[in-house]
Design a protein around this ligand. Structure first.
Ligand code: FEO
Length: 386
């Protein structure tokens, strides 16, 4: 795709990755993604904000063919899907300087071996004049890594936010055209990379409140021309109150755990509680992550495999622990043949969760068995409102 003008002398560059299926070798990307870079031609200087995944370097370099001079490369974030093509851009424009904060500078030196003398480091709130356009750098840490910044273009009221407000959506549209599709993709990305740091994300939201923002231009997905839509969604996601829903990631090998899961789902539905069910043998764990953004309760269902939980159940527990959602309650249901430590191993995998552990329910053997080795999970103790 060629460069596309957003506002006068401000252009969207970058590449749409229609085929990417996985991010961080972890979370599925059902809608592909994009790596957005932005070119700003000031009356005196020209700046490029972020670059692209190295695999797409040829696309960005092609878009820069018509650019006679590049003065600055703004690095909002050191992760390679945005920084990885900086070395090639520097080769093409040897006079350009990389502008970022000191922490990101260190990372870019470590990751990409960019020489130290190629950097201009900026502090929080510092500005850089391009002549008739002014860039202001806003520290917005942990929108994904600790070094991340956003860049605000004052005259055009555009916030270039990199991963912050980003969505993994491959689209030919410049602006968000399907809000619900983009919101789900943005929530998936938030859940994977920002949810563990939501207290800091809330502070970042407070920080950008004082800026008048007409456009949010992230480095993944389409541009938001109604910024309040995604800002309000983020406010909801980072809020302290979970919603009254129960997430049940489960695995069943011979159907015994499935019976328990089905019984629990029936009781919860009868009680008017929203349930999100994920068969871990086939599920998209990104959808599991999305539901964890709001849920009050998780119940992990697992059979016993080689004396422990099924590895897929343990993986779901480990992922949930890493994402640190605002859960209030957790429990485990499952089956076993002759014993085991499924419950202990899952509990030991979720030390980060500030939850009340509800009594587990384990069924010995036969799926019709009523012999349970612990009290039933008491759904009356799950929150009726959250
Ligand atoms: Fe889109 Fe943290 O990189």
């Amino acid at each position: 795709m060629n460069a596309r003008e957003i506002t006068e002398k401000v252009y969207l560059l970058g590449a749409v990755d229609w085929d990417r299926e996985l991010f961080d070798s972890l979370i599925p990307l059902p809608d592909g993604t994009s790596y957005n870079a932005y070119l700003i031609r000031g009356s005196e200087k020209t700046a490029l904000i972020d670059t692209v995944e190295p695999e797409f370097a040829h696309v960005l370099l092609g878009q820069l063919e018509e650019v006679e001079q590049l003065d600055y490369i703004i690095a909002n974030h050191a992760e390679q899907d945005h920084s990885g093509t900086i070395p090639q851009v520097l080769e093409k424009f040897p006079g350009a300087m990389v502008v970022t904060n000191a922490r990101c500078q260190g990372m870019l030196i470590d990751l990409l071996e960019i020489p130290e003398d190629k950097f201009i480091t900026v502090a929080d709130g510092e500005t850089l004049s391009l002549g008739d356009k002014t860039l202001e750098f806003i520290y917005t840490p942990w929108v994904h890594w600790p070094e991340t910044i956003s860049t605000y273009l004052r005259e055009d009221k555009i916030l270039f936010s990199c991963d912050f407000f980003g969505s993994h959506v491959a689209t030919s549209n410049l602006y968000v055209s399907d809000e619900s599709r983009v919101a789900e993709a943005a929530k998936r990305y938030y859940a994977e990379i920002m949810m563990p740091f939501r207290a800091i994300i809330a502070k970042n939201l407070d920080k950008i409140e004082k800026y008048e923002i007409d456009l949010i231009a992230p480095s993944h997905g389409p541009i938001f021309n109604k910024p309040s839509y995604i800002i309000d969604a983020y406010r909801d996601w980072v809020s302290g109150s979970p919603k009254n829903s129960v997430v049940i990631p489960f695995v069943s090998m011979h159907g015994s755990t499935l019976i328990l899961v089905q019984r629990l789902v029936s009781r919860l539905v009868e009680a008017g509680i929203t349930v999100h069910l994920f068969n871990l043998a086939v599920t998209d764990i990104g959808k599991l992550a999305i539901t964890l953004v709001d849920a009050a309760t998780i119940v992990i269902g697992t059979p016993t495999v080689l004396v422990g939980p099924h590895p897929l159940a343990l993986n779901a527990a480990t992922l949930t622990n890493a994402l640190r959602p605002k859960l209030k309650y957790a429990s485990i249901i499952g089956s076993y043949g002759w014993g085991g430590k499924a419950v202990e191993q899952i509990v030991s995998a979720i030390p980060n969760l500030k939850v009340e552990l509800l009594d587990p329910v384990l069924c010995k053997g036969d799926r019709k068995s009523t012999r349970l080795n612990s009290s039933h999970t008491d759904i009356s103790r799950m929150p009726s409102s959250a």
